[in-house]
Design a protein around this ligand. Structure first.
Ligand SMILES: Nc1ncnc2c1ncn2[C@@H]1O[C@H](COP(=O)(O)OP(=O)(O)O)[C@@H](O)[C@H]1O
Ligand SMILES: [Mg+2]
Length: 220
C-alpha cells in the first residue's frame, strides 16, 4: 500500500504552559512495498508519527492518504476496520495476553475468523520457530520467543503495511537480529510496505530509505 503524509502536525495539550509541538509539518511518501527506517533521538516524535501513519491516533492538522484514501476524513470505526484489514503492528513490548496461549494470541486480531485462520497461524508460528510452543502461555517463553509471537500476530491478517516501533529494543543483540531478519524476510516475501523505527544502523542500511526525525521534523 502507498502511504502519503501531508503537512502533519501533532500537538499535545499540557496542563501548564503552551501546547507541546511534537510533529512539525511532516511530509512524506512511501511507495507500495518500500522499506523505510525511521531514525532519530529519543523524544523526536518517531512513535507519534508511526501511530498517526498507522491510523491509531489523529494528527492535530494535516492528512494521511493510504492508497489515495484521505483517512482522517473517516470515522473511528472505518479506521479500525482499515487497521484490522491491512495493517500489522509490532512494538517494543509484545502486548501478548497473559491468559491466552501462543496460538490464541496470534489469532486475536482475527478472532471472529479464528477457525478458518488457524492453519495460517500454525504456518507462521512454524516459520518463526515456535511450533512446539503453540499451547504455552506467554510467561512460559523467553523474551525473544514472546516477540516472535508478536511478530506472528502482526502477520495474521495478511497486512499490506507493517509498522514496527523499535521491535527488538528490549532484546539481546543476537536475538534481536534474528527477529529483525525474520521481519525483513516476511516483509519481502509478502510484499508489504515496512515502516521500522530502529536505532540499529546495520538494519537501517538494509532498508530502501532512512528518514531522520529530529525535534518533530524530517531531516534529509
Ligand atoms: N500521549 C502523549 N501526551 C503528551 N505528550 C506525549 C504523548 N506521547 C508522546 N508525547 C511526547 O511527545 C514527544 C515525542 O514522543 P515520541 O513520539 O514517543 O518520541 P520517540 O518515539 O521519537 O522517542 C515526547 O516529548 C513525548 O514526551
Ligand atoms: Mg518511540
Amino acid at each position: 500500500m502507498n502511504i502519503q503524509a501531508k503537512n502533519l502536525n501533532k500537538n499535545y495539550i499540557q496542563e501548564k504552559g503552551p501546547d507541546l509541538e511534537v510533529l512539525k509539518d511532516v511530509n512524506l511518501e512511501i511507495p507500495l512495498g518500500q522499506k523505510i527506517a525511521l531514525a532519530g533521538p529519543s523524544g523526536a516524535g518517531k512513535s507519534t508519527l508511526i501511530h498517526i501513519l498507522g491510523l491509531m491516533d489523529r494528527p492535530t492538522s494535516g492528512k494521511v492518504f493510504i492508497d489515495g484514501i484521505d483517512c482522517f476524513l473517516m470515522d473511528d470505526n472505518y479506521l479500525c476496520n482499515m487497521r484490522k484489514k491491512s495493517i500489522g503492528f509490532l512494538f517494543q513490548f509484545h502486548y501478548l495476553l497473559p491468559d491466552f496461549t501462543v496460538l490464541e494470541n496470534v489469532l486475536i486480531p482475527v478472532w471472529e475468523n479464528k477457525i478458518s485462520k488457524k492453519s495460517y497461524a500454525l504456518e507462521i508460528l512454524n516459520r518463526v520457530g515456535l511450533y512446539s510452543k503453540i499451547n504455552c502461555l506467554p510467561n512460559e517463553l523467553s523474551g525473544g520467543q514472546q516477540q516472535r509471537v508478536a511478530l506472528a500476530r502482526s502477520l495474521i491478517n495478511n497486512p499490506k503495511i507493517i509498522f514496527a516501533d523499535e521491535p527488538t529494543g528490549n532484546l539481546d543483540r543476537t536475538i534481536g537480529v534474528e527477529i529483525e531478519n525474520l521481519l525483513f524476510e516476511f516483509s519481502t516475501n509478502l510484499e508489504t510496505t515496512l515502516v521500522l523505527v530502529t536505532h540499529n544502523q546495520e538494519l537501517a542500511f538494509r532498508t530502501d530509505r532512512v528518514i531522520n526525525i529530529v525535534d518533530g521534523r524530517m531531516v534529509v
